[in-house]
Design a protein around this ligand. Structure first.
Ligand code: FAD
Ligand code: AMP
Length: 479
């Protein structure tokens, strides 16, 4: 028997490493087990998010966006940049450096907070026992009064398009291309598909996105989704809706994809294909036989609102449990669970979790869409404001998009904020905070916003709920 801990966390992604740090900050003797082998052959922390998710994708999105700006926007600003070229290998090296810095930083945070880092594969073998097997196959059993499973998720694979080295890849493979493919196929017009499709479209690929559903971004307010679709199309993304991929054939260096749409069976040839059809919980080998931790019908670890599993003292958080598969949701669950273990009262507001698509412009939302609210029988009033009428947006060369506030018609309480526009991912925090505080649209409308900022569009959208936007034709007379 090895050490005894108050808490052992399995997985050091944004759910697990945050849970471990918070638990240690609460005075609990904490260990965190991780098995991810990084590019240099050693165990690295940070999980999907830091290694192959949020961070590397944003590094490529930022670089590719700057490339487009340098090509198309500089001239108008009086900047002569000459011929702008992109060195894909250098862009990738920068991305790898950022990943290395951040993943390495977690080891430092663990040390500073007194978290014991255990390297190897963790397995819950009893309600208070975790077995850790290192890469040489040596197993040690550690005891803990509480266990937090934060094992994350992996990409979904579909039978019609089995992954084929360098040709048919998942999101992880799409972050490693060393040159720009000429014809790129993306299956799935979800968050990850649109982000990765955008990166390579900006670098010169002809990108076709095949999406089985007829609706584009159904989780986003209809008006915002419609505008986003139009903007991405203008940038050159060919998004085919109602196109279900049914098969593929690798022919030399090409892949022929079969799909069916309203017109019947179709075929299209690509140089590379990215499969982005979602992610599934990763629970393989994490829970030992007979422990009693239940999974739900979709393979997620079954938890209550406070992330307790069916076994007392065993918690599960992040992508391996229900709810949106987002890094910040995983981290907040980590904090909640650590606080509960430390004896505090803690809960999360799952209605106020923001989502962001880091395309250009960004799409960000929190809370209900107008369509959701109506379907739930809630009478709403809405206010929208276009960035085309924003002075800051003009100065930034970012006049595309709009902000839309959705409020309860009776109480004026904010039910949702949906934005497509530059820095939407930063602006959405206003909606989150407003909803956390139970604010009304009038609360936002009566707040003083700095000028000139992109955020003023949110202010104006809140004013527009009553028809009183200043920089837009008013619809109503003041009562
Ligand atoms: P993970 O990050 O998957 O971490 C789980 C960890 O557990 C891994 O390190 C794994 O090795 C470890 N593990 C599993 N089993 C064991 C075991 N038995 N023993 C030891 N260790 C184990 N989310 C956002 O919020 N914003 C974004 O911009 C964003 N972009 C993304 C882009 C891409 C391309 C992808 C793929 C995902 C993106 N996500 C984004 C999603 C985000 O990465 C996940 O929601 C987040 O990483 C989930 O955190 P987690 O801690 O639950 O799991
Ligand atoms: P997300 O879960 O947000 O990453 O999105 C994944 C997307 O992939 C969803 O919009 C699915 O409809 C889509 N999808 C899943 N399977 C297929 C398929 N066989 N062909 C085309 N699109 C698919």
């Amino acid at each position: 028997m090895a050490d005894k801990f108050d808490v052992i966390v399995i997985g050091a992604g944004p759910g697990g490493y945050v849970a471990a740090i918070r638990a240690a900050q609460m005075g609990l003797k904490t260990a965190c087990v991780e098995k991810w082998i990084g590019k240099e052959g050693n165990v690295v922390h940070g999980g999907t998010c830091l290694n192959v998710g949020c961070i590397p994708s944003k590094a490529l999105l930022e670089a590719s966006h700057k490339f487009v700006e340098a090509q198309h926007d500089f001239d108008d600003m009086g900047i002569e940049a000459g011929d702008v070229t992109m060195d894909v290998k250098k862009m990738m090296a920068r991305k790898d450096k950022i990943v290395k810095n951040l993943t390495g930083g977690i080891a430092g945070l663990f040390k500073a907070n007194g978290v014991t880092a255990l390297e190897g594969t963790g397995k819950v073998i009893g309600s208070k026992q975790v077995e850790v097997t290192d890469k040489d196959g040596n197993a040690a059993t550690h005891e803990a009064d509480n266990i937090v499973v934060a094992a994350g998720s992996v990409p979904v694979e579909i039978p019609p398009t089995p992954l084929t080295e360098g040709l048919i890849v998942d999101s992880t493979g799409a972050l490693e291309f060393q040159q720009t493919p000429k014809r790129l196929g993306v299956i799935g017009a979800g968050v990850i598909g649109l982000e990765l499709g955008s990166v390579w479209n900006r670098l010169g690929s002809e990108v076709t996105v095949l999406e089985a559903m007829d609706d584009f971004l159904p989780m986003v307010d209809g008006a915002i989704a419609k505008e986003t679709q139009k903007l991405l199309k203008k940038q050159g993304l060919d998004i085919k809706l109602g196109a279900r991929v049914t098969g593929s054939e690798v022919k030399g260096d090409e892949v022929v994809v079969k799909y069916s749409d309203a017109k019947g069976e179709q075929e299209i040839t690509f140089d590379k294909l990215i499969v982005c059809v979602g992610r599934k919980p990763y629970t393989k080998g994490v829970i030992g036989d007979g422990v009693g931790v239940e999974l739900d019908e979709r393979g997620f670890i079954h938890v209550d609102d406070q992330c307790r599993t069916s076994v007392p003292g065993v918690y599960a958080i992040g992508d391996c449990v229900r709810g949106p598969m987002l890094a910040h949701k995983a981290s907040e669950e980590g904090v909640m669970v650590a606080d509960i273990i430390a004896g505090h009262k803690a809960e999360m507001n799952y209605d106020a979790i923001p989502s962001v698509i880091y395309t250009f412009p960004e799409v960000a939302w929190v809370g209900m869409t107008e369509q959701d609210a109506k379907a739930a029988g809630i009478e709403v009033k809405t206010g929208a404001f276009p960035f085309a009428a924003s002075g800051r947006a003009m100065a930034n060369n970012a006049t595309e998009g709009q902000a839309k506030v959705i409020a309860d018609a009776e109480t004026d309480r904010i039910l949702g904020l949906h934005i497509v526009g530059q820095h939407a991912g930063e602006m959405i925090a206003q909606g989150v905070i407003a909803m956390e505080f139970g604010s009304s649209a009038e609360d936002l409308a009566l707040s003083c916003y700095a000028h000139p900022t992109m955020s003023e569009a949110v202010h104006e959208a809140a004013l527009a709920v009553e028809g009183h936007a200043i920089h837009m034709a008013n619809r109503k007379k003041r009562k």
